[in-house]
Design a protein around this ligand. Sequence first.
Ligand code: SF4
Length: 289
Amino acid sequence: MDKLTEELLELVRLAACDLPPDVERALQRARDAEQGRARSTLDWMLKNVEEARAGSIPICQDTGSLVFYVDHGRDIRTAAVRAAASEAAAEATRRSYLRPNAVHPISGKNSGDNTGLGAPYFHFHELDGDPGALRVRLLLKGGGSENCGVQYSLPDRALGAGRDLRGIKRCLLDAAFKAQGFGCAPGVLGVGVGGDRMTSYMESKEQLFRELDDENPDPVLAEIESELTGKINELGIGPMGFSGQCTVLGVKVGLRHRLPACFFVSVSYNCWAFRRRTMVLEDGRAIYS
Ligand code: SF4
């Protein structure tokens, strides 16, 4: 196994088995604010997180799809990164960090190693500056949460949502309400407003890489994020739908310029098993966060 494959294998292991610190902190805060069944549910989640970390065991049985975001200098060959990441995914499956999760869309036959037609998924972005720079971000997106993703085209008459801030907020409340019973709560909403259908969804997933306790530099978006986190939590759905104060750990919103005739609001839901990790090469060494 070459060096890059080994480094990416470690990235996959961390993503699958070691919940990021900001997500764990948010779950702890939520646990401390809850009582009864909601509190014990969060306690079990946190115990699960500790055991997964200690034993390099997947946090959830659905280890999700592998979505790689690769930012690279001009000297980095994208084909080499793709090959190394695919080999890392296959080896991670052999080591049981990942469940075999790539099935043929028609036959349903499982490839057995998380590789296949267009799998894993990659987004490449070339950077200016250091030609040898490499940053790889990995999102493991489980099926229960991915199925809760939704795209609205405003105006939406059924929802009473126009092309304005009020309309956007209605979409987010609707998405969170409809996710109950599907994506394991408490979750996080990544939101893309604007763009075309594809880039709007891309923006919504990009938002999932933000730290949960950061603040949006755009005051209008910061206000939406804070207001909607509060309003969704007032729905009372609670951890795993057992009712309680915490239905979402956060809402993160990004914008893309849109066509005058289009107004998309795209939501990517991520469950409490919020598996995202980053690897950056610094002076030839892999640094993980
Ligand atoms: S929604 Fe998340 S926590 Fe629930 S089964 Fe799917 S991956 Fe696991």
